[in-house]
Design a protein around this ligand. Sequence first.
Ligand SMILES: NC(=O)c1ccc[n+]([C@@H]2O[C@H](COP(=O)([O-])OP(=O)(O)OC[C@H]3O[C@@H](n4cnc5c(N)ncnc54)[C@H](O)[C@@H]3O)[C@@H](O)[C@H]2O)c1
Length: 430
Amino acid sequence: MTLKELRISKGFSQQNAANLLNMPLRTYKRYELEKAYENSYKYKAIFNALKLIEKKHKKLSENVFSKICIIGGGHVGLSIGKVLARKYNVQIVDIDHKKVELINKLKLDNLVAVGDLKDTSKFEVAIICLPTNFNEDTKCYDTKSIEENVKTISENNPAALIVIKSTIGIGFTESLQIKNEIIYAPEFLREKTAFEDALNPDRLVVGCSKISPKAYKYASTIESVINIPRKTIFMSYKEAEAVKLYSNAYLAMRIAFFNDLDTTAMKEDINTKKVIKAMGLDPRIGDYYNNPSFFYSGYCLPKDARALSNLVDSDLINAIVSSNENRKDFIVKTIIEEARKRNSKPTIGIYNLDTESNGEKYHQSSSFEILEILRKYPVKVVVFDKNYQESVNNFEEFCNASDLIISNTYDDKLETVKTKLFTRDLLSKR
Ligand SMILES: NC(=O)c1ccc[n+]([C@@H]2O[C@H](COP(=O)([O-])OP(=O)(O)OC[C@H]3O[C@@H](n4cnc5c(N)ncnc54)[C@H](O)[C@@H]3O)[C@@H](O)[C@H]2O)c1
C-alpha cells in the first residue's frame, strides 16, 4: 500500500494528513507524489506515523466535550449553541437580558441561557462568541470583553479549554498569557443563514499551539454534531487568524471589484450585466458572487477589511476599503442626480432597509447607511419597510409619494414601478 492509498483509506485529505503529521503540506505532497522517495527511510517513517496517528485520532475522537459554555448568544453564539445542543449540554451567557429571555423561550433541549458568567467550574469548554467591533480610535478590534471573560475563566476554571470564535487580529490569541489551554476556531457563517451554515460548515479550522488532546476533543465535538462529514484542519494560531481575516477581505474585494466595474460601466454607458456574464464564462472567474450592489455592508465585511488594512502593509487591502467608500459616494451622488432629473425637489423612496426580522440591525445595511446620508441633503426621503417605525405602511402610497425608488436588492413587487426604480442588483432575479 502506498502512502496515498493509506491516507485515502483513512479518509484524510492531504491537508489533514500534513497537519496530523505536523509537516508542511508541500513537503507531505512531495512524499505522496514523487516515486523516488518511496524507498527512503523518511517515507517509511511518515507511513508508520500516519498509521499510528489514525489510531490515536480515532481514540481521541470518541472523546467529546459534553458540558459547554458559550459566551455571547448572538448570530454566532446562538447558532453554534443550537448545533451543539443537538447532543450536548450547552449554557449560553449573554449580558442582554432580552436575548436571554428570547433564547429560553425557544425551550430547546439541552440549551439554557443565563445573564452572567457565574459558576464557571461546571463546564469543560468555554466558546467565546463576543462582538469585536472596530474601534475608531485605535483602528483595531475592541477585544476588551474577550480579555475580561478569558481572565474570569482562567481565575476560576484553569482546566477549561477556551475557544475563541470571535474574529480577531493576527497575533491576538498568542498574546493572551493565561494558564488555560486556548484555541482559535474561526467562524464562517453568514448572518441570514446562520444556523444552516453552522450546521453545514464548508470548513472547520482550529488554530492551536500544538494538536493536543483538548484540541482534538474540541474538533471531535464539533465534527460529531454537524450535518456533513468534515475533518478539522489544524494550524497555528496566526494561520487560523489569517484564514478568517483574508477570507473576509477576499469576499469584500470581490464585491468591491464588481461594484467598481459597475461604476465604470455606468459612467461609460456599458451594460454591466453583459460584461459580467461574459467574464463569468471563464471558470477561473466563475459565474457566482459577482452581482453588483450599492456597496458592501453588514456587520463583518466593513470592520474586518478595515482591521486587516490597519494590520498589514498592503496597498491592495487598503484599496478594498477606499474603493467601497468611493462606491458609496458615487451611488449617493447618482441617486440624487436621478431623483432631480424627475423633480427639482424630489422625494426618494427607500424600499426595504435590508434589516433582520427583529429590526435590531438597521445601522449595518447599505440601505440604512444611504438613508442616513440622504438626510443630510435637501431631499425628502420616505421608507417602505415593515420593521421600520417611520415606514409608510401602504405600498401604493409609498410608490406614489416617491419620484425615485431605490432598492439594494430586486423584488418582484417592484416590477410595476420599474420606471421609477434605481437598483444595481442586476443578476439575482432578472
Ligand atoms: N455575524 C456573522 O455573520 C459572523 C460570522 C463569522 C464571525 N463573526 C464574528 O463573531 C463575533 C460575534 O458576532 P455576532 O454576529 O454573533 O455578534 P452579535 O452582535 O450578533 O452577538 C454578540 C452577542 O454578545 C452579547 N454580548 C456582548 N457583550 C457581552 C459580554 N460582555 N458578555 C456576554 N455577552 C455579551 C451581545 O448581547 C450579543 O447577543 C464577532 O467577532 C464577529 O466578527 C460574525
